[in-house]
Design a protein around this ligand. Structure first.
Ligand SMILES: Nc1ncnc2c1ncn2[C@@H]1O[C@H](COP(=O)(O)OP(=O)(O)OP(=O)(O)O)[C@@H](O)[C@H]1O
Ligand SMILES: [Mg+2]
Length: 211
């Protein structure tokens, strides 16, 4: 599925945070959004992923304007996986139950957990595991339905290099999913096919890996 954003502007109160962003996200690739803290990465990601309505501008999925999607909940459920900057899991559920919560098909869960190195923790409650293990469970939850898009905000923030690389190797193995990842993490930027650099609410440059 293609994703396009045109003339995105966003205000929080009177403060203008995004200043007219135009971009197209390449399907089935990994796009990293980088830039300093406060440059607008999370805000842009929230807009691209349909969670936040921009003050001005439009987001299109396969040339269909987000505004014209009648059942946005169904659209999100079917097409989008989210990994939030502060990964929210339900503390009363085990890691596996957290991942199963929105899953259409539970068969993938064990494999995904194994691939993320948390298979042995399936029956632990989310408050009984480390931050990095919770983060990987949140990633599994976003991937479990093999969505068209995964929007991930700092998905490797709590992970060491080995696990961060593991997460991106796993992303790469999802050939039909488009990943848009906001990150500070220098060690995984090499895994991105496209890098969008933000500066003070504008796109400073877009670079593509040569294939
Ligand atoms: N809900 C909000 N209300 C008011 N201002 C906000 C809100 N959310 C973010 N901002 C401001 O908007 C700007 C961009 O924030 P955003 O969270 O998009 O940055 P970021 O690039 O994701 O930063 P970080 O790398 O620290 O996560 C910042 O100046 C921030 O203070
Ligand atoms: Mg952020």
């Amino acid at each position: 599925m293609r994703l396009k954003a045109t003339n995105i502007e966003h205000f929080y109160g009177h403060e203008k945070i995004l200043h007219g962003i135009d971009l197209e996200i390449e399907p089935s690739k990994i796009t990293a959004i980088i830039g300093e803290s406060g440059s607008g990465k999370t805000t842009l990601l929230a807009i691209l992923s349909s969670l936040l309505k921009p003050t001005n501008g439009d987001v299109y999925y396969d040339d269909i304007s987000e505004n014209s999607i009648k059942d946005i909940n169904a659209f999100r459920r079917k097409n989008i996986g989210f990994v939030f900057q502060f990964h929210y899991l339900i503390e009363y559920l085990t890691l596996k139950e957290n991942i199963a919560l929105g899953a259409f098909d539970e068969h993938n869960i064990n494999t995904l957990m194994e691939n993320l190195g948390i298979g042995h923790l399936a029956n632990r409650y989310s408050n009984e595991v480390s931050g990095g293990e919770r983060q990987r469970a949140a990633i599994a939850r976003a991937l479990v339905n093999k969505p068209s898009f995964v929007f991930a905000d700092e998905p490797t923030g709590n992970l060491d290099t080995k696990n961060a690389v593991g997460v991106f190797e796993l992303f790469k193995s999802f050939n039909d999913t488009t990943f848009v990842v906001a990150t500070h993490d220098k060690k995984i930027i090499d895994y991105a096919d496209v890098i969008i650099e933000m500066e003070d609410g504008v796109v400073k440059c877009i670079s593509k890996k040569r294939v």
